[in-house]
Design a protein around this ligand. Structure first.
Ligand code: 5GP
Ligand code: MG
Length: 178
């Protein structure tokens, strides 16, 4: 499928299944080497990362755990403004080696909030693994340790990423057609 229509917009094929597979193979190789014997705890950020998290975790060797979190965004009081809260973290992460799994890092604003929240819980270490990274959009200083594929500032869908709810089940990644 070269193009796909979701709601009112047309998207064109950008990253095929093989390229996704090969990026994940590279990432898992690096992570397996770095975390051997450390029983890392992977934390997938919902919803977008669910397919990537599953495919990456499948390639991890030895003892490893996985759990999923969500950034919930809601309107606070007029003085507090919009509140972002990390929900779903039930395990004790103190002294654990954490690997945050993201679908895509764009400005890094979301990532910064996630890391700040996790840091308070005193893990042994935190690393970030993202399938997609937009270096030109990134505004933060936090190091993104494991990047699958660097992309330009285009709007992408597929393989977990949505456009207003649709497109997550596409096996490839598509970009908004100009
Ligand atoms: P950031 O806070 O880094 O700017 O953005 C992170 C979130 O914005 C991602 O987790 C994702 O939900 C959304 N996002 C950023 N870029 C894209 C994109 O190209 N496509 C889609 N579908 N979502 C994106
Ligand atoms: Mg996301």
């Amino acid at each position: 499928m070269q193009t796909v229509k979701l709601h009112d917009k047309t998207f064109e094929l950008f990253i095929d299944e093989n390229a996704i597979k090969s990026a994940i193979a590279d990432l898992s190789l690096r992570i397996n080497t770095a975390y051997e014997g450390k029983n890392p705890l992977f934390l997938g950020i919902l919803n977008g990362s669910f397919l990537f998290a599953a495919d990456l975790f499948r390639q991890i060797n030895g003892s490893a755990e996985i759990s999923f979190l969500k950034m919930a965004s809601y309107q606070g009081t007029s003085t507090t403004g919009k509140i972002n809260e990390l929900i779903g973290l039930n395990e004790d992460i103190s002294n654990r080696h954490i690997i945050v799994i993201e679908d895509i890092v764009d400005t890094g604003i979301t990532l910064e909030k996630i890391i700040a929240d996790l840091q308070k819980r005193q893990p042994a270490s935190i690393a970030i693994a993202t399938l997609l990274f937009k270096p030109a959009a990134y505004q933060k200083n936090i190091k993104v340790n494991y990047v699958g594929i660097e992309v330009a500032n285009d709007f992408l869908v597929g393989y977990g990423l949505d456009y207003d709810g649709l497109g997550r089940n596409l096996k490839e990644i598509y970009r908004l057609k100009a």
